[in-house]
Design a protein around this ligand. Structure first.
Ligand code: SF4
Ligand code: SF4
Length: 190
């Protein structure tokens, strides 16, 4: 079944995975079943403007239909900007952002994540930032800022603490984060 068929065309409900909604509820989308598909979250979501197929409301709809493979085959869930606008406008307190994050967790368990996400995880491990502009020191200095931001980049102790947390996480257990043994590095450039 194609994406568009799944979202706008005829859907074979008997082919859906009825276990998906339960997984999502356990992984952070606890209020999933409260959704009334009113589309307020969609009106607030930048993913709609960017043209992604599965933005918040449609992710919820697809989960309720059990369209696991269609969601895993599509990159939309990785485009969420974590802006939380959807959470603010939802009249049912569904927290659609958390539903999208829960769907990411399902995808990670099945290793269905884009290369860019793995790079972001590596950068997070190496620097404490999912996106870190390693070459921005001069530009920061020109506008009167310290060359390094006051974060894990400037604090070896804080970075080591973060790396310990990451090494003990479920993500590390899955083996999808490229990590060094000692790990303190600032080599990730964007
Ligand atoms: S998640 Fe909330 S805002 Fe979005 S469609 Fe469902 S009820 Fe409406
Ligand atoms: S948090 Fe994600 S799903 Fe919600 S409005 Fe922002 S981009 Fe859209």
């Amino acid at each position: 079944m194609s994406e568009m068929q799944a979202v706008t065309g005829v859907v074979n409900l008997s082919a859906g995975d009825p276990a998906l909604a339960g997984e999502i509820r356990e992984l952070g989308g606890a209020e999933l079943l409260e959704c009334i598909q009113c589309a307020k979250c969609a009106a607030a979501c930048p993913m709609v403007l960017a043209g992604f197929s599965f933005f918040n409301k449609k992710v919820i709809h697809a989960i309720l239909l059990g369209l696991r493979e269609e969601l895993l085959d599509d990159s939309s869930i990785w485009a969420c900007q974590s802006c939380n606008r959807c959470t603010e406008v939802c009249p049912r307190e569904v927290n659609p952002f958390e539903v999208v994050q829960a769907m990411r967790r399902v995808a990670i368990r099945e290793f269905a994540l884009p290369t860019l996400s793995v790079e972001g995880l590596k950068s997070l491990y190496d620097t404490g930032h999912a996106v870190y502009l390693a070459g921005a020191g001069n530009t920061r200095a020109k506008v009167g800022l310290p060359e390094k931001p006051p974060s894990t980049v400037a604090s070896k102790k804080a970075l080591q603490e973060l790396q310990t947390i990451i090494r003990n996480s479920a993500l590390a257990d899955l083996g999808i984060i490229p990590m060094g043994e000692t790990g303190v590095s600032e080599t990730c450039e964007v």
